[in-house]
Design a binder for this molecule. Structure first.
Ligand code: ATP
Ligand code: MG
Ligand code: FE
Length: 344
């Protein structure tokens, strides 16, 4: 069956088309440039951009896939979590398509979609697998047995998300928003042991209560203090070295906890998803450290890690393949949809 997926949880208007595990089109329009001067996503601006980009992006996806809308067998849409107004644009568009075409609709969880997308690149998900979702809004470790039924949260950030930390530290270093890719690039030219930044929630005491949880706000503050001290001394801030040292601290904690969680749960496969999974150091470190423990790592290519419609279509296709009951046509846009609820 042919599935069209719509994603509008944040600042990307994504429309993906898949047939089973085959990706036919992945059209994305981003309003990120409009938010850049505010240093973060402005919800109203994002909603308006989705409204304008929605139909052209659907048309572009159909053209790329070489299909007509009437060929589509089911619609999938991100129901949450995300920005309420942004989600509503996608959910309304998906309902209009479902009603107009007389096809079922699946309102799905954005986080589960970040997990499901890997099937488009590497085939069926290993069951169970340990998913590490790291994005601008989330940092979680999840046990996934069947991505169409539910996921078990093992741990999550207790303050900032990993991507949020990348964005805030980039801002401190005078790098553009969103900061992740800029820090990634700067870090390649930097010394990762230049500053020994703190690794949040890794002390023996913290591990007792927060073994699989993350904390990145202390790290961000440590970087801010370090940069301020340097500026006060009148010396130039070595941007590349600070970026590399910060990135090393984030990747060290993420990979250590993901591997510890997989080993503890007896899981042999780690799947990394979300925008931060595009980070080159994270990918390399995870693979190297996991291999040493006999654990495999799967990471989708960077374009499938950041928000897109293909991931939603991928999860929709899995819902259809596993015979899940479609959503009702009054399905909500739920900005705080819990990660345990994968189908609305
Ligand atoms: P949500 O959290 O709801 O999934 P989001 O828009 O933040 O929403 P993504 O598009 O998955 O989700 O991720 C964007 C985040 O990923 C940003 O914080 C960005 O800085 C970060 N990011 C993107 N590329 C990289 C990279 N190469 N290295 C580190 N972080 C990156
Ligand atoms: Mg985004
Ligand atoms: Fe996302």
């Amino acid at each position: 069956p042919l599935i069209l997926g719509i994603e509008t949880s944040c600042d990307e208007t994504g429309v993906g088309i898949v047939r089973g595990h085959t990706l036919l089109a992945d059209a994305v329009a981003s309003s990120v440039d409009e938010h850049a001067r505010f240093g973060g996503v402005v919800p109203e601006v994002a909603s308006r951009a989705h409204l304008e980009a929605m139909v052209p992006t659907i048309e572009r996806a159909c053209e790329t896939a070489g299909i007509q809308l009437r060929d589509v067998d089911a619609i999938a849409v991100t129901s949450g979590p995300g920005l309420a107004g942004a989600l509503m644009v996608g959910v309304a568009a998906a309902k209009a398509l479902a009603v107009g075409l007389g096809k079922p609709i699946y309102g799905v969880n954005h986080l589960a979609a970040h997990v499901a997308v890997d099937q488009l690149e590497h085939g069926p998900l290993p069951e169970p697998c340990l998913a590490m979702l790291v994005s601008g809004g989330h940092s979680s470790l999840l046990r996934v047995t069947d991505v169409t039924v539910g996921v078990d949260p093992l741990g999550a950030t207790i303050d900032d998300a990993a991507g949020e930390a990348f964005d805030k530290v980039a801002r401190l270093l005078g790098l553009p928003f969103p900061g992740g890719p800029h820090i990634d690039r700067a870090a390649r030219e930097g010394d990762s042991v230049y500053v020994d930044f703190p690794r949040g929630l890794t002390s023996r005491r913290d591990l007792e209560r927060h073994r699989f949880d993350f904390s990145f706000s202390g790290l961000k503050t440590a970087v801010a203090r370090w940069v301020e001290a340097r500026e006060r001394s009148g010396e130039p801030v070595p941007v590349n070295d600070v970026a590399a040292s910060f990135q090393e601290a984030v990747c060290d904690v993420l990979t250590r906890k993901a591997i510890d969680a997989a080993a503890t749960e007896g899981i042999d496969d780690i799947l990394i998803g979300g925008g931060v999974a595009a980070n080159s150091r994270l990918r390399a470190m995870a693979e190297e450290r996991a291999a040493a423990k006999g654990i495999r790592v799967r990471v989708p290519r960077p374009g499938l890690c950041t928000d897109n419609g293909a991931m939603v279509a991928a999860l929709g296709a899995e819902m259809v393949a596993r015979g899940r009951t479609p959503s009702a046509l009054d399905l909500p846009a739920d900005s705080s949809l819990p990660v345990t609820e994968v189908l609305v």
